[in-house]
Design a protein around this ligand. Structure first.
Ligand code: CUA
Length: 324
């Protein structure tokens, strides 16, 4: 089936088989009923076609309770199977496991940029370990893109102004195509790359900058001289002057950021918000949108002063404070 012109992409993630199973189920059910309807149309057209000399009177139609129950219950049962099964797969797809490796992705015209937690950066190529859930936090610097890896059966839009996530766990080593699946300008078709799945040992070697590792062609960026993502975020935090208001001892004019990430924050207007990725992002770009209870609306906007990658570095730094 995969010779020359593959009809179906390889299954290379834990989700791939589950997605394919429900897809084939839908195709078979749809195909069966399409054929049944075609056959009935043809059969009745022949059986009841008007013959010369016949009288044209409609026959008496009686209720047929059994038939009505059958054509109600059978489609209901089938659609409920699709609903429950589809929802189960959907929930698994949308909830990354807690022990996921988190990688930041930025889409822009026309490339995919990746940042690993330890600081390694890649363009149009992503190295991941085999058998480990990987969560991607995706942003866009310009227009809507769509991150698509057919072999993993994952596709997620990269939307300007917000974070989206997708996760996968690779089940095969090798190289897999990665596409942009949303028309995003003249070079859209060139916005492609590959995912390189390595054995965990090889992945560790790749992280440490071992050029002998297969697929480690872009060794120039590794190991990162400027530290991990959170380190870079920390430096940015100092450079942008954030550190002069968000003091670590609760004495600053801005709220303390230690332990904030992932927790609910009480706001000045009485509402409560959860300090997730999107909340932190909004608080940096539109600080007036949600003011923490007990604080003034003094913070300036950093819109235009930090790009998506820098936002992700700041986010990684704020996250790292949460763990202390
Ligand atoms: Cu990016 Cu199409």
């Amino acid at each position: 089936m995969r010779s020359g012109f593959p009809l179906f992409p390889e299954q290379a993630s834990t989700l791939a088989g589950r997605v394919d199973a429900i897809y084939f189920f839908l195709v078979i059910i749809s195909g069966f009923f399409s054929l049944l309807i075609f056959a009935a149309v043809i059969y009745f057209a022949i059986k009841y076609h008007h013959r010369a000399g016949e009288e044209h009177a409609p026959g008496l139609v009686n209720d047929n309770l059994t038939l009505e129950i059958v054509w109600t219950v059978v489609p209901l049962a089938l659609t409920m199977i699709m609903f429950v099964w589809g929802a189960k797969v959907y929930f698994s797809m949308s909830r990354p496991p807690n022990d996921s490796l988190e990688i930041f992705v930025v889409g822009r015209q026309w490339m995919w940029k990746f940042q690993h937690p330890d600081g390694q950066r890649e363009i149009n190529e992503l190295h991941v370990p085999l058998g480990q859930p990987v969560k991607l936090v995706i942003a866009s610097e310009d227009v809507i893109h769509s991150f698509y890896v057919p072999a993993f059966r994952v596709k997620q839009d990269a939307v300007p102004g917000r974070y989206t996530t997708v996760w996968f766990e690779a089940t095969k080593t090798g190289r897999f195509h990665m596409f942009c699946a949303e028309y995003c300008g003249t070079q859209h078709s060139g916005m492609i790359g590959r995912i390189v799945v390595l054995e965990p040992v090889q992945y560790a070697a790749w992280l440490s900058g071992d050029t002998a590792t297969p697929g480690a062609a872009m060794a120039a960026t590794r190991p990162p001289a400027d530290g991990s993502l959170a380190d870079r975020g920390h430096r940015l935090f100092q450079q942008l002057g954030c550190a002069s208001c968000h003091l670590p001892d609760r004495q600053g004019i801005g709220p303390l950021l230690h332990g904030v990430f992932g927790n609910p924050v009480r706001l000045r207007d009485g509402r409560t918000a959860v300090a997730d990725e999107s909340y932190i992002r909004e608080s940096i770009l539109q600080p007036q949108a949600k003011i923490t209870a007990g604080f003034q609306a003094l913070m300036p906007s950093f819109q235009g002063r930090v790009n998506e990658e820098e936002l992700m570095q700041l986010l990684a730094y704020i996250k790292s404070l949460g763990k202390r």
